[in-house]
Design a protein around this ligand. Structure first.
Ligand code: HAM
Length: 419
């Protein structure tokens, strides 16, 4: 039974001891993406609803069933972002990316989808994503994939499987679409209700259906990519060739269409055996978006990885997580005079970049030592009446319990040398 301390289903609190692992993964993302010339972009958590409807496609599962949509005070429909690409494209549509200038951006932050929560599937989850916007070239698709692999190896999430496919370009899809319709039409009676709609409205979405009753029919579908025109196939061949040249292993998965409708050409997904059911740790591809207010589509290639899933993989792979660092020193005060002096010492130390903890009020020696332990302080400095008179006090190193008496005014120097 839910208590008041529990957050809504499918969301979670991240406490300081866990946040250091999040930070380690985020720092690695920033480091790696910087190596490839990407800069950070921060877009709003919510957008006008039509950005996602037009961007991701009205027939997608995300738009149909999973968006958190509400009205603002003026009656306009807003939606909590279910993914990052559409908002980034909206932001970049006012820039030179529209004129074919390459823009490289990455983002890290929360996304929202009203899915049924399970291990690795959340309603508020976090993505690290990148978008290379403005240019079309197979080498850019390949580089995006290579950078994702680089990042995953960097955080100890190697051992993934890279699945690759092509969606071709819309102008090239007609014969493949006809073949898919021909395949599914006689079987549609035994497929799910959503697929019946998809047959009419967007047959590609059937390939992404997760319903048990549809799987055998999907597995027997023709390989659509082989029916694309030559320009789509040549583009894909080049992407595969570059990846092979760079020794990046991949498996071509002809049924991979991805859950969003904006993809053209290359699509990819990375799975990891370290995860259970929700085994996609990242996905992406090349896309073309024509958002409200744009006079022509903007193109790009990118990916997003799920932070929660990356952390689960790290745990499964037993990657050591960084520990939350305790303060450099805990100041123990014995008496009001000592507490007042320690407050001044604390202010000085903190200004010079040394982390300090001390009690807000007078407490017993025992209780202060307990706090120092609990906070994992690296040193304890003990100040009482007699220490104030003598100008000397004990500094205890918690790792080995060793103690030494030091002049009060040498504390800062000693702690600085330890850092
Ligand atoms: P996506 O495949 O929908 O793609 O999501 C990317 C990743 O986000 C997934 O592989 C998964 O790790 C994580 N994820 C998605 N939904 C959930 C959830 N409910 N709970 C936990 N993790 C989840 C996109 O979002 C595209 N915008 C990626 C992209 C960027 N394509 C081009 N550029």
């Amino acid at each position: 039974m839910a208590t008041n301390s529990q957050p809504p289903p499918g969301t979670g609190d991240i406490f300081p001891a866990e946040a250091v692992s999040w930070r380690a993964v985020e720092d690695a993302a920033r480091r790696v993406f910087n190596l490839y010339g990407y800069g950070e972009i921060r877009t709003p958590i919510f957008e006008f609803t039509e950005i996602f409807q037009r961007g991701l496609g009205n027939e997608t599962e995300v738009v149909q069933k999973e968006m958190y949509t509400f009205e603002d005070r003026g009656g306009r429909s807003l939606t909590l972002r279910p993914e990052g690409t559409a908002g980034v494209m909206r932001a970049l549509s006012g820039t030179d990316a529209m004129n074919g200038v390459e823009n490289r951006v990455y983002y890290i932050g929360p996304m929202f989808r009203g899915e049924r929560p399970s291990a690795g599937r959340r309603r508020q989850f976090h993505q690290v994503g990148v978008e290379n916007v403005g240019r079309v070239a197979p080498a850019l698709d390949a580089e995006s994939i290579a950078m994702l692999c680089h990042f995953l190896n960097e955080i100890g999430a190697g051992g993934f499987k890279l699945l690759l496919n092509t969606r071709g370009v819309p102008a090239d899809r007609k014969p493949a679409e006809d073949a898919l319709r021909e395949h599914f039409a006689p079987r549609i009676g035994s497929m799910c209700e959503d697929c019946r709609m998809r047959l009419e409205r967007n047959v590609w979405r059937i390939l992404d259906c997760k319903q048990e009753q549809c799987q055998a029919h999907i597995a027997a579908a023709p390989d659509a990519a082989s029916l694309f025109g030559s320009s789509s196939r040549e583009y894909f061949d080049q992407v595969c060739q570059i990846l092979s040249d760079w020794d990046i292993d991949f498996t071509i998965e002809p049924r991979l269409v991805r859950g969003l409708d904006y993809y053209v050409h290359t699509v990819f997904e990375l799975t990891h055996t370290g995860l259970g059911g929700q085994n996609a740790i990242a996905g992406g591809g090349r896309y073309e978006l024509n958002l409200p207010g744009m006079n022509r589509p903007v193109c790009g290639v990118g990916f997003a990885a799920g932070m929660e899933r990356l952390l689960m993989v790290r745990e499964a792979m037993k990657v050591p997580n960084p520990e939350l660092q305790g303060p450099a020193v805990y100041l123990v005060s014995l008496g009001a005079q000592a507490l007042s002096t320690n407050r001044k010492i604390a202010a000085r130390l903190r200004r010079s970049g040394i982390s300090v903890m001390l009690e807000a009020e007078e407490k017993s020696m025992k209780s202060q030592m307990r706090s120092a332990d609990r906070l994992k302080a690296r040193n304890v400095f003990i100040l009482g009446e007699s220490e104030l008179t003598s100008g000397q006090a004990v500094l205890k190193r918690m790792a080995d319990g060793s103690q030494r008496t030091i002049p009060l005014d040498s504390l800062e120097e000693i702690l600085k040398n330890e850092q």
